[in-house]
Design a protein. Structure first.
Length: 216
């Protein structure tokens, strides 16, 4: 019944509303890495933030431009070449697809003045990873990876992605209860700030079966 992944065809406001709750007060400018179809950027823009983003898919970039968004073609590992300093860099369900998550987080540090918001699948959920995932993370390995990138945790929590079939989707509260009972927390969301790093210097990133470890 599904996998740990955002399905943009069924992406609804209640699914990205939780990310808005992680945005610190005083944030004005936000850059979203791997914006997909731009739903999160549009939600931010509607709430008064100055937003921009990048994606590696030319079709998605054109799609977002037609919706009036300030977006560019670019990848996470070269983010500092795509954007100037912003208050917050967001990266929602992109890190697990990258060849080098650590290199990407270090680029996020260069691009942000203050904070980085990350969402990844929770490796401990009772759900399969999809084929395009190169890495999986649990709470500790996400913290370790962020520490290697000189990011300090502000808030890291277990959350829920609604992977239920449409026929089983109810109100957000009921769906969350069902997902928790069936799968457990299937998502990790972390807000980090620029700092001196923390934690051990090894053990970053749990490889999905058949993939590889994070290397530096």
């Amino acid at each position: 019944m599904g996998s740990i992944h955002i399905n943009y065809n069924t992406f609804r406001e209640q699914q990205y509303r939780k990310y808005l709750d992680y945005i610190p007060r005083g944030t004005r400018t936000v850059f979203d890495v791997g914006f997909g179809r731009g739903e999160f950027l549009l939600a931010l823009k509607a709430r008064g933030y100055t937003v921009s983003g990048c994606d590696v898919d030319e079709n998605l970039v054109r799609w977002a431009e037609r919706r009036g968004l300030d977006v560019k073609l670019g990848c996470a590992e070269n983010l500092s070449q795509v954007t100037g300093p912003v208050d917050l860099v967001t990266c929602l369900h992109v890190l697990e697809h990258l060849d080098s998550p650590l290199a990407a987080l270090r680029e996020f540090c260069k691009a942000t003045r203050r904070y980085v918001l990350i969402a990844v699948p929770n490796a401990y959920a009772k759900l399969p990873e999809i084929g395009s995932h190169l890495y999986s993370f649990n709470h500790q390995t996400l913290m370790n990876l962020a520490g290697r990138a000189e990011l300090e945790p502000v808030r890291v929590s277990g959350e829920f992605i609604n992977v239920l079939p449409n026929v089983l989707r109810f109100t957000p509260g009921v769906s969350r209860l069902l997902i928790g009972l069936i799968y457990g927390s299937n998502e990790l969301v972390g807000l980090f700030k620029k700092g001196g790093g923390f934690g051990p210097s090894r053990g970053v990133g749990e490889p999905v079966n058949g993939s590889h470890n994070v290397s530096v």
